[in-house]
Write a protein that binds this ligand. Structure first.
Ligand SMILES: Nc1ncnc2c1ncn2[C@@H]1O[C@H](COP(=O)(O)OP(=O)(O)OP(=O)(O)O)[C@@H](O)[C@H]1O
Ligand SMILES: [Mg+2]
Length: 228
């Protein structure tokens, strides 16, 4: 399988804190990867370097062989909007916008017509178990419903890679399972690659593979960069 996403010898410091100390990772196209490890070990920093949100101090990040870490700000922003999707612990929905408009946002930002974008957004609702909620404001949703809306928003534009940082971190186990089932159905259907940080073994169990980050390194990848 071809590597969708890879990093080699990533280093990233914040002042005196060495958050990443030589992290290596590669993810295949369509693979769902869980990233676990202790608090403060560098998981979120790794995810943000892979996603082009943070620039590493040294090392390489590549997407289909293209060096993400060398791209200028404009091209990285475009990459984040078009090729990548994001879900965070708290869905970061726009509080003033109803559900359908939140889901449609990536399409509207990409310049799609409003009616087509909202219609596409509404098509997602039954698949997510959110029937009839298109007019709701985010503040009137349960945590699990809000995360399913965030997943739809992250996937509606058909990203190659979905980055998720503790997507179920604020949910109970029943809501977490609902969110993960919806997420897995959709990424399997679209062939989306997923990099998902989680503290919960129950959530990591949905992934094809789990790696652990410890002290700024990926300590047991199934495959090393060198062997690819
Ligand atoms: N913007 C920042 N400024 C300063 N220090 C930071 C910043 N971001 C992360 N760090 C530090 O870098 C280290 C790694 O942080 P990171 O957020 O990657 O850990 P994590 O594994 O995601 O932890 P958690 O499981 O608690 O989310 C920590 O010591 C953290 O305090
Ligand atoms: Mg984190």
């Amino acid at each position: 399988m071809m590597d969708a996403l890879a990093c080699r010898d990533l280093h990233k410091s914040f002042g005196l804190t060495h958050a990443l100390r030589g992290a290596n990772l590669s993810v295949s196209a369509g693979e769902v990867l869980a990233v676990m490890g202790p608090s403060g070990s560098g998981k979120s920093t790794l995810l943000q370097c892979l996603a082009g949100i943070l620039t590493p101090d040294s090392g390489e990040v590549s997407l289909d062989g293209m060096r993400v870490d060398l791209l200028g700000d404009d091209r990285r922003t475009r990459l984040r909007r078009t090729i990548f999707g994001f879900v965070f612990q708290f869905g970061q929905l726009v509080a003033e916008l109803p559900v359908a408009e939140n889901i449609a946002l990536p399409l509207l930002l990409a310049g799609d017509r409003r009616r087509a974008a909202l219609s596409a957004a509404r098509d997602w609702l039954p698949r997510l178990g959110l029937d009839g909620l298109h007019d709701r404001l985010p503040g009137d949703l349960s945590g699990g419903q809000a995360q399913r809306v965030a997943i739809a928003r992250a996937l509606i534009a058909g990203p190659r890679v979905l980055f998720a940082d503790e997507p179920t971190g604020a949910l109970d186990s029943v809501a977490a399972d609902q969110v993960m089932e919806v997420l897995m159905d959709e990424v399997r259907a679209q062939g989306t690659c997923v990099v998902m940080v989680t503290h919960e073994p129950r959530v990591a169990a949905y992934a094809d593979r789990t790696v652990t980050v410890r002290d700024g390194r990926v300590v047991h990848p199934a495959r090393e960069w060198e062997s690819v």
